[in-house]
Every structure is written in structure tokens, then in C-alpha cells.
Design a protein around this ligand. Structure first.
Ligand code: ACO
Length: 454
């Protein structure tokens, strides 16, 4: 998650004084040589390659930057998502997340994220029709899903089956052909819920339910998950709406771990199904898509409102973290958490109140008024309440990252396409600082020392 360094025009109030030649620049003095360098500053960023001119001898490689985990490196220019972590702002293509969550639908937001503008009525109908027309998966994919062990994790099944799609759609390798890209985007947005639902049905030993094109995106997904033997499964409109909003909230989050994987793997010009499998694998990790599960485990461990104070004390004593709190980018209330909190009330009206909510509310209340959390700017993040909603809706915890992946697919494909169309992008290939042994001669096996080869 890169620091936002290209705020929209209206927010650039403070102008940095310019240098004589009219350009903002950074003057660097190399104490090794006494030489001075003028490095241009554009979008409050310097180009790392501009540092390559800084060298002691002509044959030197030049100065590099060292930035493990990309804490301060922008790897791309993007027009998709804007985050201001200090102010708790999240916007897709300029539109505040709160407005999109309240007024839009996931399919409309997916269109916006991918195309850059909200669709007209005619364009939206065409887009929806294209998604609906691609929801089915090849019958042979079902055989893959069938082949998984009965207790296979649904996220593992999703990753494998989305990667397998590349063997079914061989035209997907034509990544420079705009029509081909468009087709694969329809397929990915349309088929992820189907793959996810089939993975879930396999894990609970139920027959697969085929997509119902009469239903909404979220409604069809719920139908594929929960339909039993009834002729028509009635999707609860409140839950359908809640799931749709959750997909919107997860649709994109600029250069997070899985999106960086999508861009990095896609930069090799592999097909988008293979790149999406890589992105979903990144999301599977507990540091990324798995935190909401940890929140539920923590609430179970606390057990009751009465134990909240002592739990907070143990966190402050360094005996663990308050899961669902804190964020690398947000140093304010995560705007998605605010929306989810309101959504929880609507969902619990239908499902009954999740008893863990009282513990969560008490935790939030105490933490937000406690110096430890105030000083460190630790606020609830998107995962603090989402797990409670998912659980109340009947999802097992293993499905949480799968739900995340469905929503995030529109962001992944939009970022993938933006990367391919950016003339400045090349195959992603970071440098390293080599700290290993210098050159040495091969030693025959019989002559190697025990200590060294341990
Ligand atoms: N509970 C208690 N203390 C915390 C927490 C927390 N949840 N998060 C951070 N801190 C403390 C750290 O111990 C550190 O304290 P110190 O300065 O005394 O050493 C300080 O706050 C700064 O924290 P960092 O670890 O430097 O913050 P970083 O940006 O590296 O980590 C992260 C962010 C990983 C999200 C962290 O806040 C965390 O682990 N939170 C809990 C897990 C979680 O909810 N993850 C979901 C994130 S949202 C998402 O990925 C979709």
C-alpha cells in the first residue's frame, strides 16, 4: 500500500517554491565526491533512476534506493483509487466510497473502476448483460473442483480453478488486443462468484447450483451458495444489498499486496487468469485477507463484555494485538469500517443480533478513548465488523477471503489493464543488495568441511 503522493488537484493548496529553472527539484550533495546533483521532483516524487547518475567512478552502477516492503516507493502512476490515510478518505475514480456504498451497486462500481466513468443507462445494461452472459463455467472445471479433498479450503480451490481458466480461454494470452482484454474482464468478473460458490458447495458436500441470470450479482451468488431443494430460493433483499455493499467496499484499495501481485505477475505479459490466481494467492495470507477471521477468534476469546477491560490491558502490556484495529495507511477511522458498522445494524435486523457485536462495540468504545490507541492513531479497520456480518449471514470463516476476492476482482483487472496501457511500465524486476560471498572456486564433495555445509 503505497503512500498517496498524487492528491487530486483541488487538494494541492500549498505550493512548494520552485527553483530557478521553473522546476521543483531536490539538490543532493554526495559527500564522497563533493559533487552536487539536481533531481527533479514531479508529483512530490523523485525518480529512483535519477539517482543512478550519482556515482564515485564512471563504471559504478550508481546509487540505488533500498525499500523492503515498498514503504516509500510508488511503483506506478494510477488514476483508479485515491486514499488519504490521515483524513480517512477513500475514493474510486474520484467518487467518495460513502456515496458509492449508499447509491450505487457493485456492478456499476466495477464498471466505474474498470472504465473510469459511471455508465449511462444503455452502457450499464450492455455491461450487465455481458457479465450475465459469462457466469457459466465449463463443465470440465466442475471436475477440477470435484477432485479436491472434502475439507479443501475454498480459497485454495478458487485460486486453482481461476488459474485453470487460462487453459480454457487460450485467447486470453492476447493481452495487447483490446477486444480480448475486454472479454477476459467480463469472464473474470462474471465467473469468480460461480467458482467461489462451487468451491463452497463442494466443501459442504452439496450439489452445485448453476447461475440464475434473472438475479442480481450478489443475489445470484447467494442463490448459488444457499439454494437447497426448493424450486425458487428467495434471496433476502437486505442480505443481498449488504453483500453488494461489501463487494463495493472491497473493490479496490490501490497498491495493496494482492494488487501489486496482479500488476507484478501481469507485467510478464501472462494471461489475466494466471495473474488473478497470483493476486488471489496474495490475498489468501493472514496479513492481508485473513484479518477478519482473527477478529472473530479474538471476540470468542474475550467471551463477554465484562472481560473487555482486562483484554485491552493485556494488549497494552504487549500480550497481543487488538485485531481489526490499526492500518498501514489509515491513521484515522477506516471509511469502510464506518459504512460496515451501519450495515451491521441492517443485517442484524434480519439475522438476529450477533452476540459478539456487544463485545466489539465495547472494545471500540474503550480503545477509542484510551491513550495507548489515541497516541498510535489506531482505529477500527474494514475487518473489525465485516466478519461479524459474514458470520451472521451464514458464511463459515473459510469463505471470508473468498468473499474479499470476488469484490476485489474488478480492482485487480482494472489495475492490470492500467499497467498494460502505461507506456512507462515494463516487466517488474526489483534490484537487490548482494551481501553473499565473493567469487570462490568450486570445492569437490570429499573436500567440503562439515561445519560449512551445515
Ligand atoms: N493493537 C495494538 N497495538 C497495535 C495494533 C493493534 N491492532 N496495531 C498497531 N499497534 C501498535 C504497534 O505495536 C506499534 O506500537 P509501538 O509504536 O509501541 O511499537 C504501533 O501501534 C505502530 O504499529 P505498526 O505495527 O508499526 O503499524 P503497521 O503499519 O506496520 O501495521 C497493521 C499495520 C499490520 C494493520 C497493524 O495495525 C495490525 O497488526 N493490526 C491488527 C491486524 C489487522 O487488523 N489487520 C487488518 C488490516 S486491514 C486489511 O488488511 C484489509
Amino acid at each position: 500500500m503505497a503512500k498517496q503522493n498524487s492528491p487530486p488537484v483541488e487538494e494541492k493548496k500549498e505550493r512548494i517554491p520552485q527553483t530557478m529553472n521553473g522546476q521543483n527539484s531536490l539538490t543532493i550533495t554526495d559527500n564522497r565526491t563533493g559533487k552536487q546533483y539536481e533531481v527533479p521532483i514531479e508529483n512530490e516524487t523523485i525518480r529512483a533512476t535519477d539517482l543512478r547518475q550519482i556515482k564515485v567512478r564512471a563504471e559504478d552502477f550508481g546509487l540505488m534506493t533500498y525499500d523492503p516492503a515498498f514503504l516509500n516507493t510508488a511503483a506506478c502512476k494510477s488514476s483508479i483509487t485515491y486514499i488519504d490515510g490521515d483524513k480517512g478518505i477513500l475514493r474510486y475514480r474520484g467518487y467518495p466510497i460513502e456515496q458509492l456504498a449508499e447509491k450505487s451497486t457493485y456492478l456499476e462500481v466495477a464498471y466505474l473502476i474498470i472504465h473510469g466513468e459511471l455508465p449511462t443507462k444503455a452502457r450499464f445494461e450492455k455491461w450487465t448483460n455481458n457479465i450475465v452472459m459469462h457466469t457459466l463455467i465449463h463443465e470440465n472445471i466442475k471436475k477440477f473442483v470435484d477432485g479436491f479433498h472434502h475439507d479443501a479450503h475454498p480459497m485454495g480451490m478458487l485460486i486453482s480453478s481461476v488459474g485453470a481458466l487460462s487453459t480454457f480461454y487460450t485467447d486470453a494470452k492476447h493481452i495487447t488486443d483490446p477486444d480480448s482484454r475486454k472479454r477476459q474482464i467480463f469472464r473474470l468478473v462474471a465467473k469468480m462468484p460461480t467458482l467461489a460458490a462451487f468451491a463452497f458447495r463442494h466443501s459442504v458436500g452439496r450439489p452445485y447450483v448453476y447461475p440464475d441470470n434473472e438475479l442480481s450479482y450478489a443475489g445470484n451468488f447467494l442463490n448459488m451458495l444457499f439454494k437447497m431443494t426448493e424450486l425458487k430460493y428467495r434471496v433476502d433483499p437486505v442480505l443481498e444489498h449488504a453483500l453488494d455493499v461489501l463487494f463495493i467496499l472491497h473493490a479496490d484499495h490501490e497498491q495493496n499486496c494482492s494488487t501489486s501481485a496482479m500488476r507484478g505477475v501481469g507485467s510478464s505479459h501472462v494471461d489475466p487468469f494466471s495473474a488473478t490466481a497470483a493476486a488471489a494467492s496474495a490475498l489468501y495470507g493472514p496479513l492481508h485477507g485473513g484479518a477478519n477471521e482473527a477478529v472473530l477468534l479474538m471476540l470468542d476469546e474475550i467471551g463477554s463484555k465484562n472481560n473487555v477491560l482486562s483484554f485491552i490491558k493485556s494488549v497494552k502490556d504487549g500480550k497481543g494485538k487488538l485485531m481489526g484495529f490499526g492500518h498501514r495507511v489509515y491513521k484515522n477511522y477506516d471509511p469502510r469500517a464506518k459504512v460496515i458498522k451501519r450495515l451491521a445494524d441492517e443485517v442484524f435486523e434480519v439475522t438476529g443480533r450477533n452476540p459478539k457485536l456487544d463485545i466489539a462495540l465495547e472494545l471500540e468504545h474503550i480503545a477509542l478513548n484510551d491513550d495507548y490507541f489515541i497516541k498510535r492513531k489506531l482505529y477500527p479497520n474494514v475487518d473489525f465488523y465485516s466478519g461479524l456480518i459474514y458470520q451472521a449471514m451464514g458464511f463459515p470463516v473459510e469463505m471470508f477471503p473468498v468473499l474479499f476476492a470476488i469484490g476485489r476482482t474488478s480492482g485487480w483487472v482494472a489495475q492490470w489493464q492500467e499497467m498494460l496501457l502505461d507506456p512507462e511500465q515494463k516487466i517488474a524486476r526489483p534490484r537487490q543488495i548482494y551481501l553473499g560471498p565473493p567469487v570462490r572456486d568450486y570445492v569437490m564433495m570429499g573436500k567440503r568441511s562439515e561445519e560449512k555445509s551445515a
